[in-house]
Design a protein around this ligand. Structure first.
Ligand SMILES: Nc1ncnc2c1ncn2[C@@H]1O[C@H](COP(=O)(O)OP(=O)(O)OP(=O)(O)O)[C@@H](O)[C@H]1O
Length: 361
């Protein structure tokens, strides 16, 4: 069986600044037409990784390959302008002295007529055709960014590196431009590496998410898998609010006020964190001092007092103080649910949505 060659492959990239490993052994493969999001908090090394692939930053070790060919290691190096890699950064400036059309045509080859055709096609898709003969200073910041996007897409690069490319756009525009950009890149079979610190953006754009932390990729996979099978507590919290209950294991079970949680393979006496998202807390009303009966799916109910309820738009967030230890738990409920402070309720936690992590690891 013939295996497909990745469009972009980076192997064991490392880069240190002042003795600190900012990118620490990062490897990735991206196939043609695939969008991979490098997702992680500010300062984790995402941009430095991208800059090394672009060729504007030199790695200390490791190599970069395009369609199976080496383009850069510590001995051999193709200069940035010959890598045929498209770049789209948030602060990528347009050429102020060139018209919008000439900016978009900048990297294009072909006859004047062919270039004009391609420029029109792209400006139409980013909804800016009316500005074709205008100049950058006549456009708003968001419009300039869309022109920069059209310029980056125009030469149909084999690889596109994007660093927070949509963050300057207002919400109303962002979704449309994001979807349009994605469909252009897919049509062109471009391999995309997109850097973002916004989980929503990564979930929306990515075929694959590479979760980065302290210079390393800590987890990689399809958005659904990364979201539903996070490798640790921080990976849960990165995507959403998370509740955490600390418990001790005995007999492969973690014992809590919400009943027992399976902790297979965890030795007795080990401390674990049981982590779950607010949407997986079930809320029940108090019935003469009692909650619902325990079930295998939801465990035992625990008594809680409403501290605060807030309406968030399409859901409500309720904060509870737990009776048994005074800890705070958050629950979200679709639509409007605004119980008043002090209301007694009973909470259960969906077992199939909980993650149990050994505290030490
Ligand atoms: N040229 C440099 N000299 C010294 N330190 C640097 C240099 N470039 C980056 N760093 C440091 O490396 C770390 C990672 O930076 P990088 O820009 O890659 O992070 P990032 O994940 O892209 O963050 P952000 O989302 O905030 O851009 C930061 O602590 C940064 O200060």
């Amino acid at each position: 069986m013939q295996t497909e060659t990745p469009r972009l492959e980076i192997r064991n990239l490392k880069r240190s600044f002042e003795g600190r490993a900012v990118v620490d052994d990062v490897s990735l493969k991206i196939m043609p037409g695939q969008v991979t999001c490098l997702l992680g908090p500010s300062g984790c090394g995402k941009s430095t990784t991208l800059r090394m692939i672009a060729g504007v930053e030199m790695q200390d070790s490791g190599s970069i390959h395009v369609d199976g060919k080496l383009i850069c290691d510590t001995i051999f190096r193709i200069p940035p302008e010959r890598r045929e890699i498209g770049l789209m950064f948030q602060d990528f400036a347009l050429f102020p002295h060139l018209s919008v059309a000439d900016n978009v045509a900048y990297g294009l080859r072909g006859t004047r007529a062919e270039k004009r055709e391609r420029v029109k096609e792209l400006l139409e898709r980013v909804d800016l055709l009316r500005f074709i003969d205008g100049y950058p200073h006549q456009l708003s910041g968001g419009e300039q960014q869309r022109v920069a996007l059209a310029r980056a897409l125009a030469p149909k690069p084999r690889i596109m590196l994007m660093d927070e490319p949509f963050s300057g756009l207002d919400n109303r525009l962002r979704d449309g431009i994001r979807d349009e950009t994605l469909s252009i890149l897919k049509e062109q079979d471009t391999a995309v590496l997109l850097v973002t610190h916004e989980p929503d953006e990564a979930m929306r754009m990515a075929d694959e998410i590479a979760l980065m932390r302290d210079g390393q990729i800590v987890q990689q996979g399809a958005p659904y898998n990364v979201y539903t099978r996070p490798i640790d507590r921080a990976a849960v919290s990165f995507f959403s609010d998370a509740n955490v209950i600390r418990a001790e294991v005995s007999g492969a079970l973690a014992h809590t006020a919400f009943g027992r949680f399976l902790a297979p393979g965890v030795p007795d006496g080990t401390a674990v964190d049981i982590v779950f998202r607010p949407q997986h807390v079930r809320i029940d009303f108090d019935r003469a001092g009692k909650g619902p009966l325990p079930t295998a799916a939801d465990g035992t109910p625990a008594r809680a007092i409403v501290k605060r309820a807030r309406f968030m738009g399409n859901e409500s967030l309720v904060e509870f103080e737990m009776d048994h230890d005074g800890s705070i738990l958050k629950a979200t409920v679709p639509n409007v649910f605004m119980p008043s402070e002090g209301t007694v309720m009973w909470l259960t936690i969906r077992r199939d949505k909980c993650f149990v992590f050994d505290v030490k690891t």
